[in-house]
Structures are given as C-alpha cells and as structure tokens.
Design a protein around this ligand. Sequence first.
Ligand code: FPP
Length: 247
Amino acid sequence: MALLKRKKSKTDISELNIPKHIGIIMDGNGRWAKKRHMPRSAGHNQGGKVFRKIARYCSDIGVKYLTVYAFSTENWKRPQEEIDALMKLFKEYLDEALRDFKDDSIVVRFIGDKSPFDKELQELMIENEEGSKDRDGMVLNIAMNYGSRDEIVRAVKGISENVKNGIIDIDSIDETMVSEYLYTANQPDPDLIIRPSGEYRISNFLLWQCAYSEFVIMNTLWPDFSTDDLDEAIRIFNNRNRRFGGV
Ligand code: FPP
C-alpha cells in the first residue's frame, strides 16, 4: 500500500511569538475596486470591513498595540470625490466603533493632526478616544492625517519650545526624549510592519519608530486581506533573526 504523504501543517498561531506592536499600511483598495470595474470608494468600503475584522483578530490573539495607516498627510491630493467618500466612511465607522470595539476592551487612539477634519469628524475622534481610554485591552492607533515627517517636525518644535522656556536642558535631549514627543509616546516601537498589495515603500509611516521593525510585504490587496494572511505575516516574523544591530 502506498504511503500516504502527510501534508505539512502550518504552525499554529498559538505556538508563535506574537508581536507586541504591529503596524499595517492598508494599501490596495483602489486596485481592488478597479479590478472589479467599481469606483475606488467601493475598495475603501471593503477595506473598512477588513480593518474591523483584523483589529478584533489582533486583539484576540494578544497583540498589545496595532497601528493602522488610514489617511496620510499626502492623501489630501486625491480627487475631492474620493476624499469625500473616505470622510463619509470614517464617520460611519467611528460612529459604530465605540460600540463595536467595546466587547474587546480596545482602546482607540488617533495619531496625526485632527485639525483639518470637519467638526463632526473631529468630535467623533475625540469621543472615541475619551470613551475608550479607561479600557484595558489592545491599543488601536488609527493614523489619520498622519505623516511621520510632520510628526518629527512637531516633536522638534515641542522640544525647542521647552528648551527656550528653560523647561529642558539641551544636554538632556536623547532618543528617549524624542520618542516621548511623538504621537506614539509611551508605546513600544512596532515589531512588525505589514504592507499588503506588494509595494516596497514605507510611505511616511512611523519613520522614527520603525528603526528595528521587521517588514513583511504581501501581495494580497487590503480588501482581500484575511486572518490567514495575518497569521502568515506572523509566521514570517517568527522566522526572522532580530539582532537590533548586535550579532
Ligand atoms: C490606500 O489604498 C488606502 C487608503 C488611503 C484608505 C484606507 C482606509 C480604509 C481601509 C478605511 C478604514 C477605516 C477606518 C475608520 C480606519 P489606495 O487607495 O492607495 O489603493 P491603491 O494603491 O490600490 O490605489
């Protein structure tokens, strides 16, 4: 009798080292829609659903911090119609997010400059932050009107202001202090950054914080991204040898 070839099973996620902080560049919504002859907004809608599913899954498997790139400081260059559709989508999601993430005790935070958003959206962002700040679960950073260069410029200005006012001594400026002036103050740097849709770019995302992050580029477009894809990224991460500049 022929020996049955046993299919090599993938390592169970529960046996793996779960990254404490994962960053995701949610990319590929437009291409997903184009492939289906649909408007780009349809890709963002589907991307929004995937965002909710993946956020809850990360919380379930024990990720402590998840940072997702939802809207960059450069995304304002897009056609007004697409920006309007995205703002509508953000409002719909943020309206439901507080209830939705409550069962998982997820703490919702926004990183980026809120001021260019309209009043209704700004209020929803603040309501989400205030309403979730006492929870004890995963911290979900949603990067909106976020750009890492802008974040670093703000940190430099904040430190300079405090040097000018005599609050801090110039010699006490070090890497830890710079980190404390970023939107991600008091959070660990990302261990793993995932970019779906096959692009090999960082696109102004967490430039300071990603100094020693492991990058995993996947071909799946974000609206098709599944929990299996996330498991696969974590498996790849587990096979990396992180040396942090040592040997
Ligand atoms: C990049 O894909 C995606 C965006 C600019 C928007 C991401 C937003 C969501 C997934 C909705 C999430 C909702 C909340 C509340 C966080 P792209 O449009 O650049 O795709 P392309 O490269 O294929 O054109």
